[in-house]
Design a protein around this ligand. Structure first.
Ligand SMILES: [Fe+2]
Length: 166
């Protein structure tokens, strides 16, 4: 089994902004998993999880704005689920903070088991977020398209809107 989380066709929501955000979140998740696999510094990994957390919150806020504009009836429930998902994501810090055994063999076994649990956490988080919740937004996509252009992609590859407006 791969150590990384892969994009799946079943994750597709809008073939647009939301999918691009989700792909970026997957890339941030994989940055954390690779850093753990490579035994990188704990502080560095903690910062990467913090970065993932920031972008997850930003993404949820963007979804909530899109839902509001599109008149999504379940948006109150969806917003509460977003808050729960943020708390769930904090478990990544707890997994990372677990004490390491002193001996080298114990350390490498612990590292493998911790990486596997981190992947399980992230995959479950993505699945709960995209497949169980965001999928409900699919019928709203035509209404959401009109405001996509106001949200550049999270990964910074979008147009420079300030320059375009000027
Ligand atoms: Fe989402």
């Amino acid at each position: 089994m791969s150590q990384l989380v892969a994009w799946k066709d079943s994750f597709a929501i809008d073939d647009g902004l939301i999918d691009a955000d989700h792909k970026y979140l997957i890339s941030l998740i994989n940055d954390v998993l690779v850093a753990m696999r490579d035994g990188r510094d704990q502080d560095e990994i903690r910062r990467m999880i913090g970065r993932l957390r920031c972008f997850a919150r930003l993404h949820f806020d963007r979804e909530e704005i899109l839902q509001s504009v599109a008149g999504f009836e379940e948006r109150g429930f969806h917003a509460r689920r977003h808050n729960e998902l943020m708390i769930q994501l904090d478990e990544a810090f707890e997994i990372l903070a677990e004490e390491e055994p002193a001996d080298r063999r114990g350390r490498s076994e612990r590292r493998r088991s911790r990486s596997a649990r981190m992947k399980t956490l992230f995959y479950g988080w993505l699945h709960a977020h995209i497949v169980r919740e965001d999928i409900k937004m699919r019928p709203l996509v035509p209404r959401m398209r009109g405001i996509w252009s106001r949200f550049p992609p999270l990964d910074g590859t979008g147009p420079d809107l300030a320059r375009a407006a000027g």
